[in-house]
Design a protein. Sequence first.
Lengths: 481, 141
Amino acid sequence: MNGIRLNRLTDYLYEIPMTGAMRVPGRIYASAKLMESQKADESLQQVANVATLPGIVKYSMAMPDFHWGYGFPIGGVAAFDVDDGIISPGGVGYDINCGVRLMRTGLVLDDVRENLREITRAIYRDVPAGVGSSGAIEKLTSEDFRALIATGARWAVERGYGAADNLSAIEDEGCMAGADPDAVGHRAFERGIKQIGTLGSGNHFLEIQVIDEVFLPDIAERFGLRKGGIAVAIHSGSRGFGHQICEDHLTVMVKAAKRYGIDLVDRQLACAPTQSAEGQRYLVAMACAANFAWVNRQVMMHLTERAIARAMKASTAALDMRLIYDVCHNIAKFEEHIVDGVKRRVCVHRKGATRAFGPGHPLIHERYRESGQPVLVPGDMGRSSYLCLGTQKAMEETFGSACHGAGRRHSRKHMLKEMAGRNLFREMENRGVIVMAQGAPSVAEEMPEAYKDVSDVVDVMQSAGIARKLIRLRPIACVKG
Amino acid sequence: MATAPRYEPFEHTADIGIHIFGGDLVELFSNAAFALYDCMVATEGIGLREQRDIALNAENVEDLLHNWLNEHLYLFSASSLILPHIVVHAVSPTTIQATAHGELYDPGKNRLKTEIKAVTYHQFSVAQTSDTWSAKVIFDV
């Protein structure tokens, strides 16, 4: 397996022993089945590479949906000491604050079955995909945009997109502190101002889902989640704004790493000391991108609610749509964790991984403090998604982190070949999912066969005690860019 | 004899990897820009209604190609321009001046393929043999 030595610690935990330039061991949460499917790519080497970075604390980790990424593997979690550790844009990803939000509604399947196509079409029409289209907010001035990236979801709420009580259901209340618009280049501004409120393509989606299994009924009931209930999920990030910020700072970091004497085994691990000027500048720009993404998801949630209400000829109040939670899965966060019995402040990089704070954590709203933080784990568009809860074990073992999705199995090239000539929209309808997409190739690339089964991924998290399943949802309609 | 391809995709689990080919740097850079647009939208039938002049410098040919591709990605992302027809005025391993011709994206006319988020550095390489140039690029999608 690429010459990487692996020790199996438990049924769900593997270790890459410290060798060569590694400063800590690697730890991978996976079943034998999931590990088998990783033989073909470099992701294990990437876990080992991350372990060479200065200031890394305890382990370079990978969640069970891990696969090959840029520098850091996707599904990677790595925490660095705030004083002598580094910050790495590659450990966050190009799509800063790509994330998911889940809204429950008071609707059940029978309420939407008859006019599901009209509802889907209304969403497809009203939520811009953003590829070559303009953004969703008219007359957005530069000053508006500067305010938006500085204040995040609150900016959107103050302008009527959603409600004030949404904020307590968003990680960081939808605003990363310290965001500095002056740290953002003009190209990022140009791309961002055009794309606010847009979905994006690739694996981004907007889905109507039905809750088809409830694992913890008492907690689910408290959250307003019942079997047969209709929910809506939005998966999207910071669009060209975040991508440009990542690109701009990667260029700076490659030079900075050399200047600070950091040996990079992979150029894409480009980084700088967190306390350096370059590190700080990236952090405040990253925060702008994170805030952009939260505004984005807030705006799209509002547009979706209105589209559904209009298609059903009902009021938005009748839908009883409520935000359950919004999580990031590409981000770096300053958090306090207990490491070897001592409280330490670390910078946790989660790239394709989700924060999963356990019960009692002060940073989660009291609504969730007893149960643990909601963790959204979307699957592919044909199979399930899950809402899970963070655990104390996650706090102890993974810096309060869990998986983020299914992880790809097949390449886009492979999928385009396999799906050639097939009527994918009809195939998905036969599977019970209405799909509407701007680009047909993006549907081919995103067919369920392209992905691992998210149930396998979530089962590992559950068995390892890192997250516990609350509900499972099944898609019935999917809008893609 | 078959025409040499301008570019070819290769296997990559999550994103788009391509090999780009050219007899010289003019062809390599032209084909690289073409490949970027062709991955994002169908380029058949794109006319010559818009143009942009591009002048870039870099320390080496890899960085130059990276900057070149990023320039085109920015033009598409920020201005909805599809400019796959490239006229290279001058190129060396550290500098390029060119004019890119094409059209504004029209949702009614231009068929979308896949949106590209970024031009990564992963396995990014430019190589020269006695009579050809080639490059390897992975796009984050």
